[in-house]
Structures are given as C-alpha cells and as structure tokens.
Design a protein around this ligand. Structure first.
Ligand code: G3P
Ligand code: CA
Length: 245
C-alpha cells in the first residue's frame, strides 16, 4: 500500500528551545535529537565572510552591540553567543557557515539543510555570489534548500546555483510566494503556521513547511496534514509526537 512520506522535522536555528540558537552546540543537539533537517540563517561580515546569525544586530544573542555587517569575522569571533541563553554556555562562539557544514559532514548528516538568506532587511550585496561559490567548491552529501523572505535573493542565487532547491518564506498573504511556486521559481513555500491554520492553506500539490511549530497541537496538525516538513525549536519533542501519530 502507498504510504505517504513523513513530515520532516526541521530544527529551527538548531535546537533553539534547548540550546543557544544558531551555534554548533544547537546544531549538534538537533542531530542528536534525530531531526530530519536543520534550518539556519546566513549573513555577511564586513570582510565578506559567510556567518550564521538570525538577527541583523548582534545585541540580543551576544555580548556585543551593533550590526553584524559592521563586524569583521575576527571581531565577531570575539563575541560570546552562548551566555544570553544560559551561563552554562558562556564562551560559545558565533559559527561560520563552513563550520556548520563541516559539523554536519562529520556527523554523516543526510537530511535537509535549509539555509535562509537574511537579506530582507539588509540586502548584503554579493551574498548570493559568495554562497554559489562556496557550494560549488564544497560538495555536500545532503539536500540543500535555500530560502528567503526576499524573492530577488532566491532568483539571483538560483540562476548561479540551480543544483539546490529553493523555497519562499512568508508571514502573511503569500500571493508572491504562490506566484513564485506556480512559475516554478521555487519548489516549496515556508509560511507562518498561524497563517496556514487561519487560511486552511494545505493544498496537496504544494510543498509546505510551516514555521515555527512548537506546541504538540500544532505539530500534530502538521503531521496529520502530511506537510512536507515543519520547523521547530524543539526537535526532540517533535520526534516524540510524530512517533505517536
Ligand atoms: O525558516 C523559517 C523561519 O526561520 C523563518 O523565520 O525569523 O525565524 O528566521 P525566522
Ligand atoms: Ca530563519
């Protein structure tokens, strides 16, 4: 009998609920929890290095202050990206994209790696070229899905690096996202779970991966609707919920 594929559990910023987000410790926890995928956010330093952080400013998650774009990689590496979460993680550094990729390779990760280009507020000119160059040099033994709230970033990167998969992020409405999906500019849509539920947006032919799905009711909703995937800060919890479905 045909069995539908399981909804993939994608660890949002690593295991954000249980570790300092977007650090190697968070990504290791996500792997250990049995996540099917890892989501993270990429930006560019002042000296054009690809680094991992969610906010455009370093203030919330580190002991520094200011915009990430104004830091060199060496300056960023001096910051503490763990203490804000718990003193137990004091001294945890901000990782580069390459450090995350090497961690996944060392762990024989074979799931989905979703890299969000944080270009919606700060466009980071040249980030698409840097990413295409990186992934052309570094072959990876897992699926790579690039996503962004900024359509232009996805279209630019897709032209440079068509080997990857692409997904449009959106919070509300999603007309642009659906248009991109219909035109095959992206293969998947990544909407806010609140918007999905309010709009009963679960067309069977659209690959959906909602975010951020943290409570058991929303997890069950995603699994029961057989969405392609879901992003969660609590991958271990999602693995346990899925086992009961
Ligand atoms: O990729 C899903 C999610 O990460 C998008 O929102 O703000 O957590 O990057 P945000
Ligand atoms: Ca993200």
């Amino acid at each position: 009998m045909f069995k539908r594929p399981l909804t993939q559990i994608i660890a949002h910023r690593g295991s954000k609920g249980t570790r300092p987000e977007n650090t190697l410790s968070a990504f290791q926890a996500a792997i250990d929890a049995g996540a099917d995928g890892i989501e993270t956010d990429v930006q560019l330093t002042r000296d054009h290095q690809l680094v991992i952080m969610h906010d455009e400013r370093v203030d919330r998650t580190t002991d520094g202050t200011g915009y990430l774009k104004d830091f060199t990689l060496a300056e960023l590496k001096d910051l503490d990206a763990g203490h804000f979460f718990s003193p137990e993680y004091a001294g945890t550094p901000v990782p580069t994209l390459d450090e995350v990729i090497q961690l996944l390779i060392r762990n024989d990760f074979q799931g989905v790696f979703n890299l969000e280009l944080k270009t919606n507020k700060i466009p980071y000119p040249g980030i698409e070229q840097r990413l295409a160059g990186y992934f052309q040099r570094q072959s990876v033994p897992f699926r790579v899905v690039f996503s962004s709230f900024r359509a232009k970033s996805l279209i630019t990167l897709r032209a440079l690096y068509p080997e990857a998969e692409y997904a449009k992020l959106f919070k509300t409405a999603g007309q642009q996202a659906r248009r991109m999906q219909r035109r095959h500019q992206v293969g998947a849509l990544h909407p806010d779970i609140h918007w999905v539920k309010a709009n009963r947006f679960w067309l069977p032919h659209v690959q959906l991966r909602p975010w951020t799905v943290n409570n058991e009711a929303d997890m069950t909703y995603c699994f029961r609707h057989h969405f392609a995937g879901m992003f969660t800060d609590y991958p271990a919890r999602a693995v346990a919920v899925r086992a009961e479905i």
